[in-house]
Write a protein that binds this ligand. Sequence first.
Ligand code: ATP
Length: 211
Amino acid sequence: MGILGGTFDPVHIGHLRAAIEMRDALDLAEVRLVPAHVPPHRAQPAAGAEHRLALLRLAVRGVPGLAVDDRELGRAGPSYTVDTLTALRAELGARSLCLLVGDDAFRGLPTWHRWQALFDLAHVVVMRRPLPPGGTDTLPAELTRFLRGREAHGVAALAGSPAGLVWQQAIPPLDVSATRIRALLRAGHGARFLMTDSCLRYIRDHHLYTD
Ligand code: ATP
């Protein structure tokens, strides 16, 4: 199983294609999109949790192997990824679990709560997009040190053990972000072809992402 966390404010084709690319490249039976509860002291999503969740459910409807997991929204406070993975691990037993993270998020991994424990619970799979001009793919030294000896030698290794490996998976880039979509909608331009028509209808019907 694969887990893709995010704010999903709103979910768009970048998320959906990434989930599908990972499903197919890693031969995952299921990729779960896990919307995050955003702590009160952080910048709040433009849409409420119930709307972000409804949009996700619409987006994955009928897509084989894609599902939505709302456990982080069900809890009263914010969740740490390590807590979410602990709960999933209890359900999965010794089955393989892959935490899917964007390369930008991966570089910041050492700032995550109990980040080293993540590897006791899941494999970490980095979704690699080509570097933007002038971009850097240098990892923090402590992350590089920690990863030594944990590199998977192929995708098959991920399925063959429950947790503990790191794997970099290249995905074709789609230059779309929720930030840009919110800006388009706010400006009244619409976001057709950047997200599913079902989501666009929901956004229109609920008057989301307009000021
Ligand atoms: P925002 O623009 O509001 O920061 P976002 O579009 O980056 O949002 P998130 O909810 O922060 O979306 O992303 C959740 C996950 O999806 C992250 O791991 C992120 O790296 C990944 N992701 C976001 N956009 C893309 C994309 N275009 N292609 C591949 N992965 C993406």
